[in-house]
Structure formats: structure tokens, C-alpha cells
Design a binder for this molecule. Structure first.
Ligand code: DGY
Length: 327
């Protein structure tokens, strides 16, 4: 008898086709996420579960699925999964690292440029028919990106990809990381990125970009105190996880003019509340968690996810296991 897999949302067909060839697959039919109980109902007899970062895969859910052998996350981040509980139950957890590095770095740069040069405001200005004078010496002035100091918090794969792109802008690049490795050392030699402590990075950077995973240590890493360290003319970009920033403190800093602007792909609560005060600010660019959202990358993520679940259910070691201690 074929093993069973529940996929909590329709992921790109490329990956679904691979899984469907091997297993008995059910896909949640709606764009709206299933609730915890609905996941349990759909997956109660399944050996495999494909999850999204918005699914709460906590201990109650894990323990409601007695046959589960693998949770294959369709994302690089997996802070929504209680990996400790999964490991305790002998369940393999996998993710999709690597493939979305460059795509997410592209988006971080899109936000940096949009905020620094006020692109969204400028677009609204034109569409709102406010462009009445041909050329205004002081219309919509932004900050220069070239020659500026870029502070990268979190120097994993995505942070490094953001740093590489900064070369073309002749920037001074500072980074803060807790896990130094050989590829960072290579970047120090190749493009002169400089290690910094968090405080100096925040005080000296014109542009700060966040690339840390969400953990107990990085929760509210950027709060009121840290925002006060930043230059009033600086901008902050977040394509990591919303909870890394204290969003109330950020609103405060942006609305009081203590921070020039922000570009956000991720939020404390997703989707952002329709009443969130950030929505009323002109100096923020807000996009709906689309860091990895290129057609190519999302298709490749679905293939990687499929390879992980197929390997795990075949009794092999999946290429992207996050809890190898379970084996
Ligand atoms: C991830 O994979 O963790 C990203 O946030 C998705 O865009």
C-alpha cells in the first residue's frame, strides 16, 4: 500500500507531481490555511506532511499525528515547527535551504533601493496627479546608496549574498554574526566586509539589513534601545522574520522621525492587521512576505521539498534534514 502525504497548501506543480507519483497525496484545497484541527483531521493517517511557514506545527499537532515520519517544510525558515518535539517522536524535519538565497537577497536590495530613493512614494506622487512642476530641486529627495555604510545583521547565506551585491555600489560593509565561518572569511578578503559588534554596526550604518533566523536569542533583537542607536537618517530592511523587530518600537521611531525609513517583507503578525499604524506611514515600503517569490525559486523549492519527503519515506537520509540527531 502507498504511504500517505498531506500537503497543507497547493505548492508549485513541479514538486507535487513528484510526490504524487510515489505516494497517496491529499492537498488542502483553499488558499486560506487549514487550522491545527483541520491539519490533524487531514493528516491523521499520513506518514508525510508538507508544511508552510504559516502552519503552527506545535507539540499538540505533532502528537495528534501518530503515523507521521517526516515534516517537509516548504521554506528555509522552520521556526513554526517544534523541532524538539518532532525529534522526540522520531520524526524527520526538512527544509529548502540554498535555492532561495539569491532571490531573497534580490528582494532585500529591492527594498533598500525603494526606501532609499523613495520609489513607492514617487510612484504614488505621479499617479495621484501631484506632479505639477517639471523638475523640483527638492522634490522627493532620498539618500545615496553608493558609498554608504551597509550593516548586515546575520551573515549566513542570504546575508553574504546581500553583501556581494553591495560591491557594485562601492559600499562600506559591516556585519554582525554569531557564527563566523570560512565563507565569511573569504568575503573579508574578496570584498572587505568588516566584522562589528551590534552596537557599532547600528551606530555607523546608513542602511541596516536583517538576515537572522528567528530564535529565542533573535526575538526582538531590534527594539527601542537598538533603534535609538541608529542614525536618524538611516533605513532598516527586514526580509528575515517579523518578530526579530519590536514592531511597536519601529513604528514609534519611524513616526517620530528618529529613523528615515524601513522596508519590510515580514511582520510580527502575518498577514499584517488592516489596522496596523505602519500602513499609514509614507516612509515605509511594505511587501507581503515575498522574499523567495520568483517563479523559478518557488518551483525549485517544491522540487527540493519533494526530494526530501521522498527520501525520508524511502528510509534514506533526506538532503536537507534539520534534525539529523533523529536518525
Ligand atoms: C523562508 O523560506 O523561510 C522564506 O521566508 C520564504 O520566503
Amino acid at each position: 500500500m502507498k504511504q500517505k502525504v498531506f500537503v497543507t497548501r497547493k505548492v508549485p506543480q513541479e514538486g507535487l507531481d513528484k510526490i504524487t507519483k510515489k505516494f497517496d497525496v491529499k492537498v488542502w484545497p483553499s488558499e486560506n490555511p487549514p487550522s491545527r484541527n483541520e491539519i490533524i483531521e487531514m493528516a491523521v493517517d499520513c506518514q508525510g506532511l508538507v508544511t508552510l511557514l504559516s502552519d503552527p506545527i506545535d507539540s499538540n499537532l505533532i502528537n495528534g499525528l501518530p503515523n507521521l515520519k517526516v515534516i517537509a517544510q516548504y521554506a528555509v525558515g522552520y521556526d513554526n515547527i517544534d523541532v524538539k518535539e518532532a525529534t522526540k517522536r522520531g520524526i524527520i524535519v526538512t527544509n529548502t535551504p540554498g535555492v532561495l538565497t539569491e532571490t531573497t537577497a534580490d528582494l532585500a536590495w529591492a527594498l533598500i533601493m525603494a526606501v532609499a530613493r523613495r520609489i513607492v512614494e514617487a510612484d504614488r506622487f505621479v499617479r495621484d496627479r501631484k506632479w505639477n512642476v517639471a523638475w523640483g530641486p527638492e522634490t522627493l529627495l532620498g539618500i545615496d546608496i553608493h558609498g554608504a555604510t551597509l550593516g548586515i545583521i546575520g551573515m549566513g547565506r542570504i546575508g553574504q549574498a546581500v553583501a556581494r551585491r553591495a560591491q557594485g555600489f562601492n559600499m562600506n560593509i559591516l556585519y554582525f554574526t554569531r557564527s563566523y565561518n570560512e565563507s565569511i572569511a573569504a568575503l573579508e578578503n574578496e570584498i572587505g566586509v568588516k566584522s562589528s559588534n551590534l552596537e557599532i554596526l547600528l551606530r555607523e550604518s546608513d542602511i541596516v539589513s536583517l538576515h537572522v533566523p528567528l530564535t529565542a536569542e533573535t526575538h526582538h533583537l531590534i527594539g527601542k534601545k537598538e533603534l535609538e542607536m541608529m542614525k536618524a537618517d538611516a533605513i532598516l530592511v527586514n526580509t528575515s522574520r517579523g518578530q526579530v523587530i519590536d514592531q511597536n518600537a519601529l513604528y514609534e521611531a519611524l513616526s517620530m522621525g528618529n529613523l528615515r525609513g524601513a522596508g519590510l517583507d515580514v511582520y510580527q503578525e502575518e498577514p499584517i492587521s488592516k489596522k496596523d499604524p505602519l500602513l499609514a506611514l509614507d516612509n515605509v515600503v511594505l511587501v507581503p512576505h515575498i522574499g523567495s517569490a520568483s517563479m523559478n525559486t518557488r518551483a525549485t523549492m517544491s522540487i527540493i521539498c519533494a526530494k526530501n519527503i521522498i527520501a525520508a519515506l524511502n528510509g534514506e537520509t533526506p538532503p536537507n534534514i534539520v534534525n539529523p540527531e533523529v536518525l
